[in-house]
Design a binder for this molecule. Structure first.
Ligand code: DX5
Ligand code: ZN
Length: 218
């Protein structure tokens, strides 16, 4: 099985929201190409963030960046077209809300984008199994979704290892992404457990030098 190269995807949720364009510029200047774009609907999570018009403006400024769009929404299937038209590269949906998941993954692929599937910390990785053959990436939330700057949930390492094992058993090659509470101290352990795609908001925008050094050594 091919090992995926490690990717760091800074989350602009932790950036100065009056300067999101500069935030993406900072990610690009660090030599990175993935931007994690957190969408919150105030229902699935108790917070609001950015809509498709934000993505459209950022995409216009940065045609070559990879926008990893994380939909924390109760009705993500109603917004695939909007985020695809706005310039998403990958759309990531949670399995917890009640919506047609398989059809939604298919629609994301039909738009020519990569598709991701995501679980909250209390959801078992085995609930992802039916969808894994149809995704490019599976993401484990390593904090309760809704806010940046929270502490990494320690039992996440076991979940990362479990999904990696499942990927091997199923002979698949989707990326394994982790999101929430990543620091210069725990990034290498996440990679060692099997994560190949790492989201970091606070750590990137507040401790860029330390995080980049830890990422390069991970
Ligand atoms: C949380 C978001 C995360 C968040 C991570 O709901 O999905 O992407 O930005 O932020 P940090 O890295 O600060 O924990
Ligand atoms: Zn996220």
């Amino acid at each position: 099985m091919v090992e995926n190269p490690l990717i760091l995807a800074p989350s602009i949720l932790a950036a100065d929201c009056a300067a999101l364009g500069e935030a993406v510029g900072k990610i690009k200047s660090a030599g990175l190409s993935w931007v994690h774009f957190d969408v919150m609907d105030a229902h699935f999570v108790p917070n609001l963030s950015f809509g498709p018009q934000f993505l459209k403006s950022l995409r216009a400024l940065y045609p070559d960046m990879f926008f990893d769009v994380h939909l924390m929404m109760d009705n993500p299937h109603l917004y695939i077209d909007a985020f695809a038209s706005a310039g998403a590269s990958l759309i990531n949906v949670h399995i917890e809300p009640d919506f047609p998941i398989a059809e939604t993954l298919r629609e994301i692929h039909l738009k020519g984008l990569k598709a991701g599937i995501t679980i909250k910390p209390k959801t078992s990785v085995y609930e992802l199994a039916p969808y894994l053959p149809f995704v490019d990436l599976a993401m484990l939330m390593t904090v309760e979704p809704g806010f940046g700057g929270q502490k990494f949930i320690e039992n996440s390492y076991e979940k990362i290892a479990a999904i990696k094992k499942l990927r091997d058993e199923m002979k698949l090659n989707f990326r394994i992404e982790v999101d929430g509470g990543i620091t210069p101290e725990n990034i290498a352990n996440c990679a060692k457990a099997g994560a190949d795609t790492i989201v970091a908001g606070t750590a990137f925008f507040k401790h860029e030098k330390e995080l980049m050094a830890a990422f390069k050594n991970a």
